[in-house]
Ligand binder design. Structure first.
Ligand SMILES: [Zn+2]
Length: 100
């Protein structure tokens, strides 16, 4: 009985894999209008405690579009993507921050 169910599972898995081989429709992403907008300078290097974006290494003087508070410090990031990346493992990433 056990062997039979394993065989059935394998058959199902094979079917699922072959289904994935069918050509997909266009994978073109819709244009993100926000991405084409110039970076709005809401923040300046003066208000943050780090020298560089700890995720990509860009100097905060080049522009900050998002900030994050951590342990009473203010971290500046060039983009919200960098902030999100940092936030995924903030406890570890905080060690690589270059403070002013
Ligand atoms: Zn960045």
């Amino acid at each position: 009985m056990k062997l039979l169910s394993i065989a059935a599972c394998l058959a199902l898995a094979t079917l699922a894999i072959s289904c994935n081989n069918t050509p997909k429709a266009t994978t073109e992403k819709p244009v993100d209008s926000a991405a084409t907008m110039p970076i709005e300078e809401k923040y300046t290097a003066n208000i943050v405690d780090n020298k560089k974006d700890p995720t990509c290494g860009m100097p905060v003087t080049a522009g900050i579009s998002d900030t994050m508070h951590y342990n009473n410090k203010v971290l500046g990031f060039c983009a919200s993507e960098c902030k999100a990346e940092f936030a995924k493992n903030a406890a570890k990433n905080i060690a690589s921050v270059e403070w002013k």
